[in-house]
Structures are given as C-alpha cells and as structure tokens.
Design a protein around this ligand. Structure first.
Ligand SMILES: C[S@@+](CC[C@H](N)C(=O)[O-])C[C@H]1O[C@@H](n2cnc3c(N)ncnc32)[C@H](O)[C@@H]1O
Length: 183
C-alpha cells in the first residue's frame, strides 16, 4: 500500500507502516528527524495527487486547539488559514484519509470527529485526547489498555524543542494505525 503521512517530521507513523512492508512516506516542511530517505520536505498539498492509497495527516494545531481558546479573537486570520489547510487535506483525492488533531475548533467549524482516542488505550500510561476525522477507514480499536493517566506535557521541561516533543505521535498509536489501516 502507498501511504502518505502528512505533516510528520518524526517518522513515527512512517516507520510503523514500513515495518509492515508498506511503501510509506512522510512529508513535512521540516526535514525528517531520522534523516530517512523516505521523507519529502515540502508543502504536502503539492504531493496529495495521484498515487496514494491512504493518507494520515497531522496538521498543526497551534491556531485550532481549544487550549488556546482565550487567544482566538487575536488570531482570526491564522485560524482561517489553518482551517483552510485542514479542509484541503480532507478533500485530497486519496481513497482513505485520517486527519488527527487535539480537541479543536475543527469540530465546530468543519465537523465533529469520528473518534476520540487516548494514549492509554494503546500502551502509554498517559492522557491526551486525540480526535480522528476518518474517510473510508474504520475506527481504531484499542490495542493495549494500561493504567496511568498522567498528561505527558506536565513532565516536559520548558525549552525550544518542547513543541516537538508534545506533537510527536505515540508509537503505540502509530503501530495500531499501521496494523489496522494497512490491510
Ligand atoms: C503538530 S506537528 C505534527 C508532528 C507529527 N505528529 C510528528 O510526529 O512528526 C505539525 C507539523 O505540520 C508541519 N506542516 C505545517 N504546514 C505544512 C505543510 N503545508 N506541508 C507539510 N507539513 C506542514 C509542521 O512543520 C509540523 O511539523
């Protein structure tokens, strides 16, 4: 299966699909953290046409997440641009699509998510509500429900790389996507 992982610098979901034999590529404006050859460093909207069977997209949530709700009135143009980007990803000519984001205004401005998952359902003892908007894909089935309900962000030291660590996809969720959506 040819799989495009949109807006991914970490390679976490790409590696999970490649481990199962899929022709998976990540794409981000940033270089791949793991320096993989299977990474396209570019605007993903220039690469959505033509050849993919599945796309999993992690668009930026900076201007969409409800955690930033108190700043919403100061960033309406940024918000409109972020929503337009999500709409373009949702409308990409790819038969199966999953868009991933935290609890965000995508729900009120575009549509409600098909599913909300948690890391603790996939082997990580942490909370981080993650919404999935799905096209022609089944809901993800939890693979390993574990104890522990800590929010990962509370353990992270402040610093320039904090956003990277916060935004990285959990490997357990990536493995479930590959196993369940790669069929
Ligand atoms: C919330 S982070 C997702 C990180 C991802 N979960 C991972 O594990 O690498 C959003 C990413 O979208 C990327 N991005 C923003 N606009 C983009 C575009 N037009 N094309 C490709 N990537 C884009 C950013 O550089 C950022 O790395």
């Amino acid at each position: 299966m040819r799989v495009l992982i949109a807006c991914e610098f970490s390679g976490t979901v790409r590696r999970a699909f490649r481990a199962l034999g899929h022709d998976a590529w990540s794409c981000d404006l940033l270089p791949a953290e793991d320096e993989s050859a299977f990474h396209i460093q570019d605007d993903v909207l220039r690469h959505v046409r033509g050849r993919w069977n599945l796309m999993i997209a992690h668009p930026p949530c900076t201007h969409l997440s409800v955690c930033g709700a108190r700043w919403f009135k100061d960033k309406l143009p940024e918000q409109a641009a972020a929503l337009a980007f999500v709409r373009e990803l949702m409308a990409a000519p790819i038969p199966r699509i999953a868009i991933e984001n935290p609890i965000s205004i995508i729900s009120s401005r575009i549509r409600k998510p098909d599913q909300i998952i948690q890391p603790w359902q996939f082997g990580h003892g942490e909370t981080k509500a993650t919404c999935l908007w799905l096209k022609n894909l089944p809901k993800l089935v939890p693979t390993k429900i574990v104890d522990g309900r800590e929010a990962r962000v509370h353990r992270m030291a402040p610093g320039p790389d904090r956003w990277r660590d916060r935004s990285r996809t959990y490997p357990g969720i990536a493995a479930a996507m590959a196993a369940q959506w790669g069929e």
